[in-house]
Design a protein around this ligand. Sequence first.
Ligand code: PEP
Ligand code: MG
Length: 538
Amino acid sequence: MPDLLKGLGASSGAATGPAYRLGDPPRLPRPRAVTDVDGELARAFAAMDAVRDDIGRRAAAATDSTTAEILRGQANLAADRTLRDGVAVVIRDGLEAPHAVAAVLAEHRAALLAVGGLLAARAADLDDLRDRIVAWCLGLPMPAMPAPGRPYVLIAVDLAPADVALLDLSQVLAVVTSAGSFVSHTAILARARGLPTVVACGGALDIADGTVITVDGTTGRVTSGSVPPAPAVTAPTDNGDPRGSTADGHRIALLANIGGAAELAGACVEGVGLFRTELLFQHHVDPPGLDEQVTAYEQVFAAMPGRRVVVRTFDAGSDKPLPFLSAGDEPNPALGIRGLRVVRRRAEILGTQIAAIAAAARSSQARVEVMAPMVTTVAEAAQFAALCRDAGLATVGVMIEVPAAAVRAAQILGAVDFLSIGTNDLSQYAFAADRRSGELADLLDPWQPALLSLVALCAAAGSAAGRPVGVCGEAAADPAFAVVLAGLGVTSLSMTPAAVPPVRAALAAYTLEEARMAAQQALAATDPAAARAAVSRF
Ligand code: PEP
Ligand code: MG
């Protein structure tokens, strides 16, 4: 392999170890003419039932809600009536059970890919379902995990949710896939499990078994060669104090990015900085009702008594379409009806969600705040704030993900109480580069000085107004970058809980003045590499 491969950093953290590739899926034998149609129908349905039950059992055994929800969705697919009817038609047309299942799932897969976005990211779920059902029909084992007898980095085309959920983290140090995207289930579950992961990494499949590689899930870089084999980088341990501060005591709140209450188990954080509510309902065909939402939000609030919890209203559209909310008829969904903009078409859904957050907040001890994604103008911020305040939610903020909002941060702060910078989307829109594109990863590098300038603009507006400005994009999880953000004037950092201890340790190693000087060096650099080098020299 070349010394450096680039993909998309899908789950932050770094690890070094020998690479081993997942075994190949079962191969279909040459098709034969069907003589016993009823026997083939029985074989196909028994396989689908067995796979549904197996994935259902894994869902029941899952220790976090994200994993359970994703596996339940996949189990439901195996039991899907349309799928069964389709398989029956193809068997009656003369194909054997495993071939019929493969053919029908291939049609469903093509339909998902044609829709694009989040649904396309679900193709891996269907591939896994096909492999499991085909393997059952043929009496073959599922593709086996490598067993090199030492901790290793797992290489695969893509991983199925059922695989990620069950990875043995004492053996698997990191994951690199040649396919996948930031929003694939592989990436979501890897983040939930704190497993460093790089997806969409071209060339990953050429890495020979046993080659020692270093995987950086924050930058998406996979390097080989000189790095010595070592177990996963050991993170600093928590001493039980969740607070973050610089060496001279300047406070930077350290918060969690979550999609559900289970991700807070064992987390040593000051609160939740980004509760991605859309992840709770991503498989819902109909909008979730008020009561269902209240129950889901209460679970998170109950885990954080006395602490800040920032609930983000549904961020649907583009790479995260929600079946019940997405526009579905747009030529360029990333620039279309997404985030807060869905209020233009479906105001009632936002109204119900705000009412549910307010109801759950009333019965909880958490300090609940609410923010909207993809806000572009002062008018949108003011409209959102009015809706929330009318519902009794006192503290309202907006995400800064659109460059137009960043350059008007001061005016937006006239309408809301806080800003939270989403560097994932702010990079995408500032650099006109799809956040899922592995090929454009260099443009999406958070160390791009132009991105730092936008962050600096927002932080300065916050400091002038005396209002908090946090960062909740994945970039906050990079310890060196976190120091730069503190130096730019950011007041809180929110990230996947597993990334918090190294960030806390990095902040504690520098005074605020040193962080400011590091930030100035990064801002003055001409490109990301120079910014990194300047800060590491510093
Ligand atoms: C972001 O865009 O940086 C962000 C935190 O939101 P999401 O990744 O959920 O789009
Ligand atoms: Mg975003």
